[in-house]
Design a protein around this ligand. Sequence first.
Ligand SMILES: Cc1cc2nc3c(=O)[nH]c(=O)nc-3n(C[C@H](O)[C@H](O)[C@H](O)COP(=O)(O)OP(=O)(O)OC[C@H]3O[C@@H](n4cnc5c(N)ncnc54)[C@H](O)[C@@H]3O)c2cc1C
Length: 384
Amino acid sequence: MRTHASVVIIGAGVMGASVACHLAMRGCHDVIILEQFETEVQGSTARSAAGVRHQFSHEINVRMSQYGIERLRHFQSEIGGESGLRQVGYLFLISDEENWQGYQEATSMQNSLGVRTQLLKPSEVHAIVPDVNLDGIIGATFGPDDGFCDPHGVAMGYLNLARSLGVELIRSAPATAIEVVSGRVVAVQSPQGRISCETVINCAGSWAGVVAGLAGLAVPVQPFRRNIYVTQPTQIIPGQMPLTVDVTSGFWMRKEHDSLIFGLSKPDEPAGYNTAVDWSWLDTVLDAGFHRFPRLGEVQLAEKQCWAGAYEITPDHMPILGRHPDLPSFINAAGFSGHGIMHSPATGLLIAEEVLDGKARSFDIDSLRIERYASGTSFERNII
Ligand SMILES: Cc1cc2nc3c(=O)[nH]c(=O)nc-3n(C[C@H](O)[C@H](O)[C@H](O)COP(=O)(O)OP(=O)(O)OC[C@H]3O[C@@H](n4cnc5c(N)ncnc54)[C@H](O)[C@@H]3O)c2cc1C
């Protein structure tokens, strides 16, 4: 194993892959990715719902989605491999005045950036999803350019290009210590050996807080289980369906081939790395689902295909990007709070700039730097 690299990336999920690829595409090949598991792309990236959307309440999130979705559209020619992008849309159904006000403001902000999100009256929703129950719905937003992708394809596309350009991936190599001397990172240790380096990038997903702790830093990212339930193939919703969210309950559903996949975040889920499917939560999810989609009751669950994974949650549901002020050679790219797949192209671009140009420059990411927690921060409201 090599004993030196200019940059060590911790974590081979979609973020580590994208950052490595963007560094390598700019000529920085002296990069090692350490992955704790026996194979790459086994963390949250492999367990996501794969949604991509422009519909956020914070402008920086919209801009990162615009960039990311455009890159996924051209993924095969720019990176190689398949992004699996399907722009079937996202539909948010809203039944209370406070949320409706917020979604109208967010839509106006998105439109000002060139995003084609539409405000819909309840009477217009059935043209998009015919059988949804509209009881109590006062309005909806529809993003025709939103949809879903193939997170594994995206991560492997980035990783394969990075490796073909000279990046080394070391599997079964958990970072166990980060050596810091005179305010600089000097090495990362794993059971496979010590790698001296000038820069460490924390792409450890839901483990990002633990990895930061190895360098003596506090980075507030915590793991929270999220469940995805899958049905047997069904035709209760024929044709194409946008990912549909009942904003008040939080229930969401979309099609995956001929099956339906759906979920609902559990508000009192404790922090932790338990990623076994929570069957005790299913009845609550189904109650919310049957309310909006009564015909869901006709469909069998495909128990063995259901899964769960960890959201990597920060206090304001916004990612933590950039150099750590207490240790500038330690760079965070973590805490995406359940929307990291769609933001992985922008993150790779920005973090490569942070390493090679001193500071990210394509977007102003000051609102995503960890320093924001000292001065007060505002929540991303549009988290599912
Ligand atoms: C159920 C669910 C649904 C989701 N839905 C969506 C969605 O619809 N759209 C969307 O954009 N996002 C979604 N997400 C979020 C998305 O999956 C994540 O934001 C994204 O995968 C984060 O990528 P990552 O590379 O940072 O993390 P990961 O994929 O978790 O990768 C981190 C890697 O770091 C490795 N690692 C950790 N610690 C160490 C160590 N000490 N040493 C070496 N390696 C280490 C891990 O093993 C892992 O491979 C969802 C997530 C879940 C769980």
